[in-house]
Design a protein around this ligand. Sequence first.
Ligand SMILES: O=C(O)CCC(=O)C(=O)O
Length: 299
Amino acid sequence: MAEAQSLAPRDIAFYREHGYLVVPDVLRREEIDELRAVTDTMVNRARWMTASDDVLDLDMGHTPEATRVRRIKNAAAAHPLYRRILHSPRLLGALTALLGPSLRILGGKVNIKAPRHGTPVEWHQDWAYYPHTNDDLLAIGLPLDDMGIDNAPLLVLPGSHKGPIHDHRSGGVFCGAIDRQETPLDVAGAVAVTAPAGAMTVHHVRTVHGSDINRSDRPRRVLFHEVAAGDAWPLAVPNAHDWAAMRAAMIVGEPSLTPRMAALPVRMPLPEASHTADTLYAKQEYLRNPSFARAEAAR
Ligand SMILES: O=C(O)CCC(=O)C(=O)O
């Protein structure tokens, strides 16, 4: 049973202390192969697309000859396997060990960085996008390719989940990224979270993180899911109080009608930059002083 496969106490202590974790051997070879096959099929559909749609977010330089997709949006809705994988026993055991027996999925995506390409993810805290009544929230990453030091691994600032919620505005609008000209961040202490395909990365909702362009000849595809404890209620998500949707989003356990409140630093993700800036990448285009180079630098 999933709960029997929970994490060792030292792993839980590491996560609580540093705000991130790598859990090895979470998925079986067949599960990784299946995820890759589904992802390839979905991305191939982009070949004749000229603009992003509700499912695929096209990357810079996309052409029929060089298909460039930077994200499969809303992964759980995009393909049933992306949601089903959350019930893989070791994965679910780790989630319940960190968040408790009641778990709700908030969202997810497959972020894709093609070889010598990819859009950087600017430094940010997920908490800036979706503050809740308590911070028992995290994101898991399931690399579909080995994520090494060379192909744009997730970068985290250890311990930053215990610090402030930083300003994620630029030019007066919410851009979902930290402007380092305005908010000094000690990125020299960043850790590259490397993990082979089959392992799982975990980062706390308040951990400052980002990732560079892919400077290697290997792709970097990661399925991310954002997960909340069942008694964490959203403060700022559109349609937050749709009970049927909250029930449908439960992975295990029951949703709670009594939000657990914690005294935490919160900033609302407003004012909105634009109604059409619906993804992290589109929002981060409003960041006036980016930290990472753009894709041309990778070639
Ligand atoms: O793709 C990455 O490396 C980071 C992803 C991330 O932080 C996000 O999409 O919110």
